[in-house]
Ligand binder design. Structure first.
Ligand code: ATP
Length: 822
C-alpha cells in the first residue's frame, strides 16, 4: 500500500489511516488563502496551549494535532518564499497530466516534467499545481496541492496524489469537502494530457513522520509516562539496576567521569524508562554519552545475568582454535597492524565470518555477558549527529575489560559529513556488495537485495546513528532486532512529536540528553510557538517535576566567563574544571577578555523587505576589534580561533561582506561569522557577540530570549566580547544583570565615536593588566570621551604602529589589502 511508504515505519494502531487523513487535510488546503491568513492577525480557532500532563491519548492528540497543522501551514507559506530566494530553477514549470485514477480516496496521476524539475523533487514534496502561473496576490482560477509519491527513474515523470473530492475524517467527525476550486481542479485532472503549471512548495517528510509518531503514542510502551510526565513503576523499583556493569569498566568510568557524569550514567543503569540528563555548556554531555554507550554495550541486562563460563557463543558456530583465531583477526583487524579507525569496517557474512546477530569480540569470550545491546543514537540535526559519530570514531568506547573498543556502527540518512562517510549506510552497502560474487546472480541487484543488505547492516551494528527525522524512514521496517536503548542527544532542541519518532521501533529505555536553558527547536508558526509547540519533551518532563541528572562541571570557559551564566541560568551550581583559568596572551589587556561589554551607541536599521536587523556601527567597531586581535595575536588568526556571532542573519551577512572588503576574500576562512542559533554546540577561543538592537524604545525582539543570550555568551574558551547598546538592552532583566556584572568587574567599556580612538595606543595602554597580584588595574572608561576624533582612514595605521613587532605577513588580513579602495 502506497501510504505506508510515506508514513514511515510507524507502530501506530493505524498509521495508515492517520497518514491518509493528514494528507487529505493538507491537500484540501487553499494555498492563496494560507498566504493571506499568514499576513493577517486573525488567530486560528480551536488551538490549545501545550500542557505539562495529559489525561488521555485523546487529550494529547487534541492539543498536539492542531498545533502541528498550524506548523505545516507556516512551513508551506515560508517554504515557497525560501525557495524563491534560493533556487530559481524551482520556479513555475510547465507539465502534462497523465491518466488519473482514483484510489483510497485520492486522485493519483503521473505528470511529465522537465528532467531538472524531476531531479529536484523527492517523495513527500508538496507541489502546487495551477492552470495559470501566479504570484503572491494573484487570482488563479483552478489550483490545488499535490504530493509527490514517487519520482520517475529514467523517465522525466513524477507520480502525484491529490485530493479533490471526498470525505475527511477529523479527529472525531467525518466531513465532506465542498470546494468549487477543487471541483474545477478535478475536471482538469479528469481530462488526460491537460497542461498545468507546477511549483515546488516544500518537503513534508519530516512533519509527516512527526505526525505518524504522534499518533503512535497510544501503542508505545511508555504511553503512560509520556502522558503523565511521570515514571510509572509497578514495583516502585526505579533505582534498582537494569544493567550490571563489569568491574573493570566501572572502575574506568569512576576515574574518567566526574561525580555528576557518573551519577548520570548510574541513573541510566537503573530501571527507569526515561533518563533525563541536562548538560549546560561544556559540561561533557558527549563524554557522558560515550560512558553510557560503554556501559550499556558491555553490561548484561540484570535479568539476563548468567553465572559466566564459555557458553556466551551459544548462537555462534563452535570454533576450533584456528577458527577462533580467524574470528579474532576478522573482528579486530587493527590488532594486526591496521588502524582501529580504519575506513573499512569488518565485513561479515559473505566470507565465512558468520554473524551471530549479537556477535561478540574475542576479548569477550571469557566474560559472563551473553548479550550485546542494540542502541539507536539520534540527534535533531545532521551536524549534531555527526559530531557524536565522530567522537565515537575518534575515541572509541571501552569494553568490559576496559580496553578500547570500536563498535560496529552505521550512520544512516543523508548529508553525512565527509569525515563520517566511512560508516555511512551507503558506504557500508558498497563494502558488502564488493564482497559478493556477482557471477552467481548474473550481476543483477534488485531493490530487494539492497533492502536485505540494509536490514542486515542495521541488525549487525551495535550502534545505529540517525537524525530524529530519518529514524522514521521505512529503512527500519525490515530490521530484525529491536533497539534496547534509544539515546537522543540535543533533546531539548526537538519538538515533542520529533522526539517520539525513534520510539516507535520499540526500546526499553530512553535517554534524553540536552539543555532546556539553551535554544529550543525552531518553530516556524508564531502561533504554534506562542502556544508552546516548541517545548521539548525534555522541558515538559522537567517542568512536571521529572528527575533530571544535572552535569555540573564545565570544561570550556575561563572562570571569568562561566561565572555569569552559572549564576544567571543555573542557580550558581556550575563549577569550573581544572586549568580553565590559564592566562592567555590577550588577557594582557582588560578589553580583550575574558569577559567584556562594549557599550556602542549605534543605529539599528532593517534592510528593505526584511524582518531582520543590522547595526552598521557595531559592524564597524567589531571590524576594528578583530583587526587588533588578529594583528597583536596572530595565533588567533592562523588557527581561525575567533568567531563573530549575532542573533540576526542580516547582521551576519553585513559582517561577512565587511570582513571581505576589509581583509580580503580569505577572511571567510579565518573568521567564523554566524548566527547564534547556528553556533549552538560550537566553541572558539574568542567569541565576539554583536547584539544589534539599539533604540530609545528599548525594543530588543528575540535578543531578549535568555536561552539565546545563554548560548551566545557560553561559546568562548578564553574571551567573550559583547558589543551592544547598554541603554537599549538594560530594560531586560538578564541583560541588565550582564551589563552590571561587567561594570562590577571593570569590564564595561563605553565606546563613543570615532571607534578608532578606542584602539589608539595611548588608550590601550590604560587597559594593560599590571602583572603584579592584587586588584585589577583601575579602568578609566571615561578616557574615550575626551579623545579627539581621528580620521577613520587612519585607524589601521594607528593599530599598525602598535604592532608588537611580530612579522607575520598575512596579506589576507592586512587592512591595507583591499580595504582602501573606496
Ligand atoms: N570528566 C571530565 N574530565 C575532564 N575533562 C572532561 C570531562 N568531561 C568532559 N571533559 C572535556 O570537556 C570538553 C567538553 O566535553 P564534551 O564535548 O563531551 O561536552 P559537551 O557537553 O558535549 O559540549 P557542548 O556544550 O558543546 O555540547 C571536552 O574537551 C572533554 O574532553
Amino acid at each position: 500500500m502506497v501510504v505506508e511508504k510515506s508514513g514511515g515505519g510507524g507502530a501506530s494502531s493505524s498509521p495508515t489511516s492517520a497518514m491518509d487523513r493528514f494528507q487529505k487535510i493538507v491537500l484540501s488546503w487553499d494555498y492563496v488563502s494560507l498566504v493571506k491568513e499568514s499576513k493577517g492577525s486573525k488567530q486560528a480557532k480551536g488551538l490549545q496551549r501545550v500542557k505539562d500532563t495529559y489525561k488521555s491519548v485523546a487529550d494529547y492528540l487534541g492539543v498536539f494535532e492542531p498545533l502541528l497543522f498550524e506548523e505545516v501551514k507556516a512551513q508551506i507559506v515560508r517554504g515557497r518564499s525560501d525557495e524563491e530566494e534560493e533556487d530559481a530553477a524551482l520556479d513555475w514549470q510547465r507539465a502534462m497530466v497523465g491518466l488519473c485514477a482514483e484510489s483510497e480516496g485520492f486522485h493519483k496521476f503521473p505528470m511529465a516534467v522537465e528532467n531538472e524539475f524531476r531531479d529536484n523533487v523527492s517523495e513527500n514534496d508538496l507541489l502546487l499545481l495551477s492552470k495559470e502561473k501566479f504570484k503572491e496576490g494573484g487570482n488563479p482560477t483552478a489550483y490545488a496541492f499535490a504530493l509527490v509519491e514517487q519520482r520517475g527513474g529514467s523517465t522525466a515523470t513524477i507520480s502525484l496524489r491529490a485530493f479533490v473530492a471526498g470525505e475527511i475524517q477529523n479527529l472525531n467527525i467525518s466531513k465532506p469537502v465542498k470546494s468549487s476550486r477543487l471541483q474545477r481542479f478535478a475536471s482538469i485532472l479528469a481530462a488526460e494530457n491537460s497542461a498545468l503549471w507546477i511549483l515546488k512548495v516544500c518537503s513534508l517528510s519530516t512533519i509527516m513522520r512527526e505526525f505518524t509518531a504522534m499518533h503512535s503514542v497510544a501503542s508505545l510502551p511508555f504511553k503512560d509516562s509520556i502522558l503523565s510526565a511521570a515514571e510509572k513503576h509497578k514495583d516502585g523499583d526505579d533505582q534498582s539496576r537494569a544493567w550490571n556493569v563489569p568491574q573493570p569498566l566501572m572502575d574506568h568510568l569512576k576515574t574518567n567521569l566526574n561525580d555528576s557524569q557518573l551519577e548520570a550514567v548510574n541513573a541510566g543503569l537503573s530501571r527507569r524508562s526515561f533518563v533525563l540528563i541536562q548538560g549546560p555548556p561544556g559540561t561533557g554531555k558527549t563524554q557522558t554519552i560515550l560512558g553510557l554507550l560503554s556501559a550499556v554495550l558491555h553490561s548484561a541486562p540484570a535479568r539476563m545475568k548468567t553465572k559466566g563460563g564459555f557458553d556466551v557463543q551459544k548462537h555462534g558456530p563452535e570454533l576450533d582454535i584456528d577458527g577462533k583465531y580467524a574470528h579474532w583477526v576478522k573482528a579486530s583487524p587493527w590488532l594486526l597492524g591496521a588502524n582501529p579507525r580504519d575506513l573499512i569496517m569488518p565485513v561479515d557474512g559473505d566470507d565465512g565470518f558468520y554473524p551471530t546477530g549479537n556477535e561478540l569480540k574475542p576479548e569477550v569470550v571469557s566474560s559472563s555477558r551473553k548479550y550485546r545491546a542494540h542502541v539507536l543514537v539520534c540527534a535533531p540535526s545532521n551536524s549534531a549527529l555527526d559530531e557524536i559519530v565522530l567522537r565515537v570514531l575518534n575515541t572509541g568506547i571501552r569494553d568490559e575489560n576496559n580496553n578500547t573498543y570500536n563498535p560496529k556502527i552505521v550512520r544512516i540518512g543523508v548529508k553525512a559529513h565527509h569525515s563520517v562517510k566511512a560508516v555511512s549506510m551507503d558506504y557500508l552497502i558498497q563494502q558488502k556488495l564488493s564482497g559478493v560474487d556477482r557471477t552467481l546472480d548474473g550481476g543483477r541487484r534488485g531493490a530487494g537485495e539492497y533492502d536485505r543488505i540494509r536490514a542486515s547492516i542495521l541488525d549487525e551494528a551495535a550502534i545505529v546513528f540517525s537524525t530524529l527525522s530519518f529514524s522514521g524512514s521505512s529503512i527500519f521496517s525490515r530490521m530484525n532486532r529491536a533497539f534496547d536503548v534509544v539515546i537522543i542527544d540535543e533533546a531539548a532542541q526537538a519538538v515533542e512529536p520529533a522526539t517520539l519518532i525513534p520510539l516507535v521501533h520499540g526500546c526499553r529505555q530512553i535517554f534524553l540528553v540536552g539543555d532546556p536553558v539553551q535554544l529550543p527547536a525552531t518553530v516556524i508558526s508564531s502561533t504554534a510557538q506562542k502556544l508552546g509547540y516548541g517545548t521539548s519533551l525534555f522541558k515538559r518532563f522537567q517542568g512536571a517535576g521529572f528527575p533530571v541528572q544535572m552535569l555540573k562541571i564545565q570544561y570550556r570557559m575561563h572562570p571569568e566567563i562561566s561565572i555569569f551564566p552559572s549564576k544567571e541560568f543555573y542557580d550558581g551550581i556550575l563549577q569550573d574544571g581544572e586549568g580553565l583559568d590559564k592566562k592567555r596572551p590577550w588577557h594582557s589587556y582588560t578589553c580583550f577578555g575574558p569577559f567584556c561589554f562594549f557599550d556602542v551607541d549605534g543605529v539599528e536599521s532593517q534592510p528593505p523587505g526584511s524582518g531582520s536587523w543590522v547595526n552598521h556601527d557595531e559592524v564597524e567597531f567589531i571590524t576594528l576589534l578583530y583587526h587588533q586581535l588578529a594583528m597583536r595575536y596572530p595565533e588567533l588568526k592562523s588557527s581561525s580561533e575567533v568567531a563573530v556571532i549575532s542573533p540576526y542573519r542580516q547582521q551576519m551577512k553585513l559582517l561577512r561582506d565587511n570582513f571581505r572588503l576589509t581583509f580580503g576574500d580569505q577572511s571567510k576562512e579565518v573568521i567564523d561569522v554566524n548566527t547564534v542559533d547556528g553556533f549552538q554546540g560550537r566553541e572558539r577561543e574568542v567569541v565576539i557577540f554583536t547584539c544589534v538592537r539599539s533604540n530609545k524604545e528599548q525594543k530588543i525582539g528575540f535578543v531578549s530570549d535568555f536561552r539565546r543570550m545563554n548560548v551566545a555568551i557560553t561559546r568562548a574558551r578564553s574571551a567573550v566580547l559583547v558589543v551592544g547598546s547598554a541603554s537599549t538592552l538594560q530594560k531586560d532583566e538578564h541583560w541588565n544583570n550582564l551589563v552590571e556584572s561587567a561594570k562590577e568587574r571593570n569590564r564595561y567599556f563605553k565606546v563613543p565615536k570615532p571607534f578608532s580612538t578606542f584602539f589608539a595606543e595611548d588608550n590601550l595602554k590604560t587597559m594593560l593588566v599590571k602583572p603584579q597580584k592584587g586588584p585589577p588595574p583601575e579602568q578609566n572608561t571615561e578616557v574615550m570621551e575626551g579623545i579627539n576624533e581621528v580620521a577613520m582612514g587612519r585607524e589601521f595605521d594607528a593599530a599598525d604602529q602598535a604592532d608588537t613587532g611580530d612579522d607575520d605577513d598575512d596579506a589576507a588580513m592586512d587592512a591595507d589589502d583591499g580595504g582602501g579602495d573606496d
